[in-house]
Design a protein around this ligand. Structure first.
Ligand code: ZN
Length: 353
């Protein structure tokens, strides 16, 4: 029964780089680990461009560009076909992580990916939660395992930012019962829970990741999903203060930020040079439900960042998926909007425009 104003923001006030999208995916996965070079294209570039032009998205960064020949096919299809509109990241060769000589092989592959046109490296939460010593079996491989040091260093040397997703919402590490604030979501996707078994805690995962930031100060890291702990901005702020090479994106976390609008606004003011706009979107084909969903999702992100509207859904209808709450807009000033929408990502990606 609450009567509050509702601002429709069909286009962002300034051009946007969506630094976190998924336009492609490695075709084969076993137990959360990508195998092989074969890719699936999740959206035709023309269909993505239609959404981008309507919503004022100048560039989409496709984080999951795969490896080897698959990576090349993704770069051809998006980046080369539409210059200036798509950026593609490569990924680690997880399936080889148990082989002798992996460390050097992986560093060499980063260099090859760079030559092929990859702009950065994406590390999925595979690292820490799925990758095991025998790839899909044995003990979990730690995020700060030294076999990856050469990979982080190669990225630093080539000025390729590393977009790293570590851990997941705190609620995913707690029992799935009605006291869990994401009960409906976890009930619908019980495989998203990392409660029990041999999983490390959320805190252990993030601390291992932070040791990687500390060990590779020349490498720029984008800690995805608000640094992996959007529920705890005090902790994320402490890490940003400690690691000058750490940045964050907003992808799939405006639900968390928007339920603490005063702390979130202070966070944006303090770290305005280190926050990237991202959504986790896959735009889908013309007029499909997926495409309509994506357009609505962009409108909600813009409304959250640009307006001071109160108490609205953080995701399109029917039911916001992540928990039983609503969000409040931040009403960010122009200078911060420009940085978050475009300039911070442009700087990290070495774009000249
Ligand atoms: Zn993502």
């Amino acid at each position: 029964m609450l009567h509050v104003s509702e601002t429709l923001v069909p286009r962002s006030r300034f051009p946007v780089i969506d630094a976190h999208t998924h336009l492609s995916s490695v075709a084969e996965h076993k137990k959360g680990v990508a195998f092989g070079e074969k890719m699936r294209f999740l959206v035709e570039p023309e269909d993505a461009l239609a959404v981008m032009d309507r919503k004022n998205i100048r560039i989409m960064v496709d984080l999951t560009g795969g490896v080897g020949a698959g990576l090349k096919s993704v770069i051809r299809k998006y980046h080369d076909a539409y210059p200036g509109r798509f950026v593609v990241f490569t990924e680690p060769w997880w399936e080889r992580a148990h082989q002798p000589g992996y460390s050097k092989f992986q560093a060499d592959q980063i260099e090859r990916a760079h030559r092929a046109g990859a702009a950065g490296l994406k590390v999925l939460k595979t690292m820490g939660l799925y990758l095991r010593e025998e790839v899909t079996s044995g003990p979990l491989v730690k995020v700060d395992d030294h076999r990856f040091d050469a990979m982080w260093e190669a990225c630093g040397g080539l000025e390729m930012p590393v977009a790293i997703h570590t851990s997941d919402p705190e609620a995913f590490f707690l029992p799935i019962d009605p006291t869990n604030e994401r009960y409906e979501e976890l009930s619908a996707h019980p495989d998203w829970s990392f409660y029990g078994k041999d999983f490390p805690s959320n805190r252990e995962l993030l601390e291992a990741r932070n040791r990687v930031f500390a060990r590779h100060p020349q490498t720029q890291f984008i800690a995805l999903h608000v640094g992996g702990d959007a529920e705890n901005l005090a902790a994320v702020s402490e890490w940003l203060d400690r690691y000058p090479n750490m940045h964050v994106d907003l992808a799939a976390r405006i639900g968390e930020l928007g339920r603490q609008p005063r702390a979130a606004r202070a966070f944006f003011e303090k770290y305005q040079d280190r926050i990237l706009f991202g959504t986790d979107a896959t735009p889908g084909g013309v007029q499909t439900p997926q495409q309509l969903f994506t357009e609505k999702l962009y409108e909600i992100y813009f409304r959250f960042l640009e307006t001071t509207d109160e108490y609205f859904d953080y995701a399109p209808a029917p039911v916001p998926p992540q928990g039983r709450w609503k969000i409040y807009g931040l009403g960010l000033p122009e200078a911060i909007l420009r940085k978050v929408y475009y300039e911070n990502a442009a700087r990290l990606l070495k774009l000249t425009c």
